[in-house]
Design a binder for this molecule. Structure first.
Ligand SMILES: Nc1ncnc2c1ncn2[C@@H]1O[C@H](COP(=O)(O)OP(=O)(O)OP(=O)(O)O)[C@@H](O)[C@H]1O
Length: 254
């Protein structure tokens, strides 16, 4: 099987500082890969290189075997890379359902005509309902987005990301800023998306219990370099990873 995503010697330097250095990985379709590493290891920068927010100073990004290194973020989204912050806006004064319906409409290419036709409108709304069910936010359909709790807002963002229907999902710390009580709900949402089985998911996450629960593969970034890439079992026994742990790699974990 061909990898859906591949990086070859991917590198970006800011001034004299190499934030991501020579990272070569292959991600197989419909797998779940978590990217771990301490603060400043280059995880978000690596995502920026995949989604096109940043251009590398060296190396390549390939999607389905095609070199996409010079393509814009919008082109990459159309080709199948979805990243949560690419959603331009959660409209705070619209309801949860309206926000997701607009994301569904945008994916269908209907931006300006709010009511294209009653049949289409009903189909968009039905899809929005289904997405809200996936992210366990159905009870909040009628709430205004601005009234959601932080964890619920993240769920809304995930529903809007799913509306893009990209095969690849880049999730950058979906539990960031959440209270401990909110974390299990997000874990359940991600588990559910994984169980649907039709996506390739890359997750940046510090919460190791969550990472071990979800991942088929782990990538460990350390000072911008790929320290290891393997199954969670092998990674957890890897001496280099262990010494990185002992060296305080996860001091910041919560
Ligand atoms: N636009 C930029 N200009 C200069 N330096 C940058 C830029 N973006 C990232 N860096 C630097 O690159 C390094 C990697 O940062 P990055 O945010 O990718 O780390 P991270 O692994 O995602 O960390 P965290 O876990 O804290 O989110 C850091 O030293 C950061 O300061």
């Amino acid at each position: 099987m061909e990898p859906i995503l591949e990086t070859r010697d991917l590198t970006v330097a800011f001034g004299g500082h190499t934030a991501v250095g020579g990272v070569s990985v292959k991600v197989m379709p419909r797998t779940f890969t978590s990217i771990i590493g301490p603060n400043g290891a280059g995880k978000t920068t690596f995502f920026n290189l995949l989604s096109g927010q940043l251009r590398p100073t060296g190396g390549q990004v390939l999607l389905g075997g095609k070199d996409i290194t010079s393509l814009s973020p919008a082109r990459r989204t159309r080709m199948g890379i979805g990243r949560s912050f690419q959603i331009t806006n959660v409209f705070p004064s619209l309801t949860v359902l309206e926000n997701v319906r607009l994301a569904v409409q945008a994916q269908a290419g209907i931006y300006y005509k709010l009511f294209a036709s009653p049949a289409k409108y009903a189909a968009f709304e039905e899809k929005a309902h289904a997405l809200l069910e996936t992210v366990l936010l159905k009870g909040k359909n009628a709430s205004l987005a601005k009234h959601l709790a932080h964890g619920e807002k993240r769920k809304l963002e995930i529903a809007m990301l799913l509306a893009l229907e990209t095969e690849l999902l880049l999730l950058d710390e979906p539990t960031a800023g959440m209270s401990l009580e909110e974390v299990p709900a997000i874990l359940e949402v991600i588990r559910k998306i994984k169980a649907e089985g039709n996506r390739t998911i890359l997750l940046i996450e510090h919460k190791m219990d969550m990472v071990l629960d979800l991942s088929d593969r782990l990538m460990v970034l350390f000072h911008g370099k790929l320290l290891a890439e393997d199954t969670p079992e092998t990674i957890m026994q890897d001496e280099r990873v262990q010494s990185a742990y002992l060296g305080g790699m996860y001091d910041d974990a919560s």
